[in-house]
Each structure stands twice: as C-alpha cells, then as structure tokens.
Ligand binder design. Structure first.
Ligand SMILES: C[S@@+](CC[C@H](N)C(=O)[O-])C[C@H]1O[C@@H](n2cnc3c(N)ncnc32)[C@H](O)[C@@H]1O
Length: 350
C-alpha cells in the first residue's frame, strides 16, 4: 500500500518543509522562513545506471568522469564494472558482500553482449480506444511465457533470454539496482520509492513501441538476475519501476567547469525523496550533485507557506512556448506562475 502524506512527512522529517497536496499533485511547502543558501534537503541515489558509451569512463559508484580515459579499477571478468578509485570499489563490494548485485549486473553486461535470441516480435496494431486492454493482454502473455519458463531446466531457460538494445540495457541495470535495494531493505530512500507517481500509460500511449521493449526487459531481467532477487521480479513491480522512472529519475550529467562547455548525459538515477519537488520555470531551489548525492539549496529567502520548486530543465531565456513544449516530454503542461503569467501575456498580445 502507498504511504500516506503523514507517513511520508514522518520519514522525511524536515525542519524546513512538508509534503502537501497542491494543484499539481504533491508538492513541498515551507514550514518557516528559510534564508537564501540553506540546504533544505539531501538525497542519496537509490539506484542508478550509466549508459553504455560511458561505462568505462564514469564511476559506477560516484559517477565521477575520467575525462575520456578508461578507468583503472574494475570488478568482474570479460565485461567488468568500472570504479574511479579503490575507495569506490571497496564501498561497492562492502555493500554487496554476497555479490548478489555484482553478479546480476555482470549478467546484464554479458547477456547484453552475447544475447542469445532476437527480441520477440510483437505484432501489435495499436487501437487507441482499446490500448489499455492491449497492455493488459500483452502482460498476460508474459505470465503464460513465465509458466513455460518455470517448467524448463535452468540451462534451457538461458536460451530464452531475449536480445536487448542499449536503451533496454540501461533500464535493466537500473531495475537490478532497485531489486537489490529492496532485497536488502535498508536504504533510507526505499520507503519513498513506492509513493512515486507512475506515468506508464501516458508513456505507452505516446510511444506504443515501448510495450514490446518493456516486456523484453521483463524477460531479460527475469532470466538474468541472481536467484536471491528472482522472487522480487513480478510484472507489477517491473511495470512500476519502468512507469515511474521517466517523470521521477534525475539525469546524471557531466559537471563542466565553465559555462561554454557542453554537458554530457551519462545516465540516470532515482532519488525518491527528492521527487516530491514540483517544477517551476522560476525555481526557488537549485540542486547540485556531489557523487551520488543531491543537495537542494534555496536560491533566495523563502517565506513560510511557500511552495519549494526546482527546475526540471536547464532554462535561461527560452520563451514560454519552448519551455511548455519541452516540459510536455515529462507528460505535463507546466502551470508555474511564470508560465501562467507569460501565457496570459501571450494571449493578450495576439
Ligand atoms: C517528480 S513529480 C513531482 C511530484 C508530483 N506532484 C507527485 O505528486 O508525485 C513530477 C510530476 O508533478 C507534476 N508537476 C510538477 N511540476 C509541475 C508544473 N509546473 N505544472 C504542472 N504539473 C507539474 C506533473 O504531474 C509531473 O509529472
């Protein structure tokens, strides 16, 4: 069952703000005056995944970028994980004494590289009026597939691992991270994960081909994770993980030293307690990343009873139409005060 707002606030236990119902779902409202430059929230990644092009250059633990060189510290055989330092490698192994996470991630690497089968083709003609039924139907087929798989010998099951692409690879690694944290059950952020807003249906309606991708990811994860994690792999959970990541995960970007340098996208991570901050194009919070931790700091003095907003994008002087269009990628029409006021002005000018 999803935690209530009271339970969320009890666990966040912030002296600065509380999570409340707002016009745009849950949001964070200041409880008192907050001076400029106050760090009001800190959140450590629950799970993360680095994309394939950067896997040898970005630390699997703290996301530090090597600048393009292949990182020295490695774990695993033919397709290892990479760490920027002995400390990051040791921190990873200390957290995973039984190598459950390691083996699951190495399986993702090796079966990505040596995928045994082509993806199952979905002959899906989308019928918009019945799309929700179609989704249910496709996941029902997965249950039937699972019944067959469960009757097979383990060696034969391996022949049923579907081939996955790069976008599925990163999702599979991210899913494995969540499953591992659920298995351990200790991470502070875990309790907020189940309250995240899912946009599965919006996402599938916009990109129907993802339905095939999702069922493939499910089969891949089901057949490659460590046996200790297998009982956690249910279609319900995997659909929740996939449905929540687009509107809640934070990109992991390079941190250029000067503004002229372009940012590189390394992958993404989830910081569930930070997902209660709504977006504004005139935010009063800024987030910064140090390693696998996000810090949320006030950009100006904040009065009591004021909503605390971050910016989901990287906006400077973009016009309102461009901002609105980009934010629709996250399945919402931005209703921040800046947009409302500029849209109002826009209408008046026409
Ligand atoms: C990361 S969640 C923020 C917390 C969310 N309100 C909740 O209840 O879980 C992002 C979602 O919040 C809503 N949202 C955030 N900022 C918004 C804004 N400026 N205008 C409209 N909706 C917004 C959208 O539904 C968006 O998909």
């Amino acid at each position: 069952m999803k935690p209530t707002i009271d339970e969320i606030n009890r666990d966040i236990n912030s002296p600065w703000y509380e999570v409340c119902h707002t016009a745009t779902g849950r949001g964070c409202i200041s409880k008192c005056e907050i001076p400029k430059d106050t760090v009001i929230h800190i959140s450590k990644a629950l799970s993360s995944a680095i994309s394939r092009p950067f896997k040898k250059e970005v630390c699997s633990s703290c996301f530090k970028f090597s600048g393009g060189k292949t990182i020295k510290f490695r774990l695993g055989g033919q397709h290892p994980l990479y760490f920027c330092s002995e400390q990051c490698l040791s921190a990873f192994t200390a957290d995973d004494i039984d190598q459950i996470y390691l083996n699951s991630l190495l399986n993702v690497e090796s079966f990505y590289n040596n995928g045994l089968r082509k993806p199952d083709e979905l002959e899906l003609t989308i019928n918009e009026d019945k799309f929700e039924e179609q989704i249910i139907e496709e996941w029902k087929k997965i249950s039937e597939w699972e019944e067959k798989i469960d009757k097979m010998k383990p060696s034969k099951r391996l022949n049923n691992i579907p081939k996955i692409g790069e976008s599925e690879y990163i999702e599979a690694k991210y899913i494995v991270g969540i499953l591992f944290q659920m298995y351990k059950g200790k991470h502070h952020e875990l309790k907020f994960f189940e309250s995240l807003q899912s946009n599965e249906l919006d996402k599938l309606k916009r990109y129907p081909q993802l339905l095939q991708s999702y069922t493939n990811i499910y089969k891949f994860v089901r057949l490659t994770v460590h046996t200790e994690l297998q009982p956690l792999v249910t279609s319900e959970l995997i659909r929740t993980i996939l449905g929540t990541n687009l509107t809640n995960a934070f990109g992991i970007w390079s941190q250029p030293v000067d503004d002229a340098e372009e940012k590189d996208y390394f992958g993404f991570a989830i910081f569930p307690s930070a997902s209660f901050f709504n977006h504004s194009c005139y935010p009063n919070l800024i987030k910064t990343r140090e390693g696998d931790t996000l810090y949320f700091r006030t950009l100006r003095d904040v009065d009591p009873n004021t909503e605390l907003f971050i910016s989901y994008g990287n906006y400077s002087n973009e016009n309102v139409q461009i901002r609105q269009e980009q934010l629709r990628e996250w399945f919402f029409d931005c209703s921040c005060t800046k947009c409302i006021s500029e849209l109002g002005m826009d209408i008046k000018c026409k």
